[in-house]
Design a protein around this ligand. Structure first.
Ligand code: KG4
Ligand code: ZN
Length: 347
């Protein structure tokens, strides 16, 4: 019997043990879950090396994934105290991300699944960021409103009763994380930009005028290009005229402007849909200012907030395992011909 024929006959188990692999950018990640229980979550990052180049160099990312993949998987299996023969499936990010980087994780996952004769679960990185909340709060069930804020996406999403996604609004131009990274460069901060802007912002005051992008307008959509340009212009004109400016104040003012709008539109989405649970995901949700603002806005409006710990907001494989488990329960398995995709739609 062929590999795919055997997979079709598989019994779906509620307490399935899943190994997940994520390699879409500069972090090589592996995680093991049992049902909605997180057993291990390991990361080997090439960020320190990428720092020298001011951002992610795709070829360097691929090379480091190749070196790290076996180590990170073995470490995740050891920490979970699970043997390869106990695995029920291998979940893997097949998009969106850097093609060469994705292919390292995908090839490894395929080879492992084939040799163990277990299914491969294809997972969208974007859906992973949304689904990690199912591990964080094991009672979480749709419907809920999700704020997705990462380096590639910015959106407010309604997750309906049967788990389907309805995008209430998204960015019309740059993603919020992209704006953080650009502002970091303008302020001479090193890669990765977001956490460094946050660090500076905590030392400054929100006193530099910034445009209020789509505040009270544009439905649930966002726009970050105007804000980004405002920061660039402010810094450049100060430099040109030899005027002193306070980087911490610029960071603080930018951060408030960029993040307040996310909180406002997420709460508005929950209230207008009559949904009382809010979740959040994506690297920008590791930002302390955003976490505090979202928490107090949810409390004020009587909404329950499920937000992952910071290390589960930025890229990791636990999120891939969590979404992988949802797909596993639906029997959504991939053939061995599964290919990597640089971009995937949000839905
Ligand atoms: O989710 P993620 O790790 O990767 C993508 O799927 O894009 O998000 C990365 C983005 C980067 O733009 C990074 O600067 C931003 O998240 N980020 C932050 C913080 N930590 C990461 N932005 C603001 N504050 C942070 N603490
Ligand atoms: Zn991500």
């Amino acid at each position: 019997m062929s590999y795919s024929d055997e997979i079709k006959k598989l019994n779906i188990k509620k307490d399935a043990v899943i190994l997940a692999i994520e390699s879409s950018c500069d972090e090589t990640c592996a995680s093991v879950t049992c049902g909605r229980e997180l057993l291990s979550n390991e990361i080997i990052s090439s960020a320190e090396i990428q720092k020298k180049y001011g951002g992610v160099v795709p070829e360097i990312a691929s090379r480091y994934h190749t070196d790290a993949i076996d180590k990170v998987v073995k470490s995740a299996m050891e920490k979970a105290k699970v043997s390869f023969f106990e695995l029920d499936a291998v979940a893997v990010t097949y998009g969106a991300g850097l093609l060469g980087a994705l292919l390292v994780g995908l090839s490894y996952a395929k080879a492992l699944a084939f040799s163990l004769n277990i299914p491969i679960i294809p997972v969208s990185h974007i859906h992973g960021h949304l689904s990690v909340c199912y591990l964080v709060d094991k009672t979480l069930e749709p419907p809920f409103i999700s704020l997705l804020a990462s380096g590639g996406h910015t959106a407010v999403i309604k997750v309906g009763c049967d788990g389907e996604y309805e995008i209430l609004g998204s960015t019309l131009d740059d993603a919020v994380g992209e704006a953080f990274d650009k502002v970091a460069r303008v302020l001479d901060l090193s890669y990765p930009g977001g956490p460094n802007v946050e660090r500076l912002a905590t030392l400054g005051k929100n006193c530099v005028p910034m445009p209020k992008m789509l505040k009270g307008q544009g439905g649930y959509n966002f726009s970050y290009s105007g804000l980004k340009t405002a920061v660039i212009n402010y810094v450049h004109s100060a430099k040109m005229s030899g005027r002193e400016y306070n980087k911490c104040d610029v960071a603080s003012s930018f951060q408030s402007s960029a993040l307040d709008i996310l909180v406002e539109k997420t709460i508005e989405g929950a209230k207008s849909c009559g949904i009382n649970t809010v979740t959040a995901g994506g690297g920008v949700c590791a930002n302390g200012y955003l976490r505090d603002k979202l928490k107090s806005a949810c409390d004020k409006n009587g909404l329950r907030l499920v937000i992952p710990d910071k290390h589960l907001c930025t890229d990791n494989a636990a999120m891939i395992a969590s979404e992988g488990y949802r797909q596993y329960l639906k029997g959504n398995f991939a053939p061995l011909s599964l290919n990597a995709k640089a971009s995937l739609s949000l839905k």
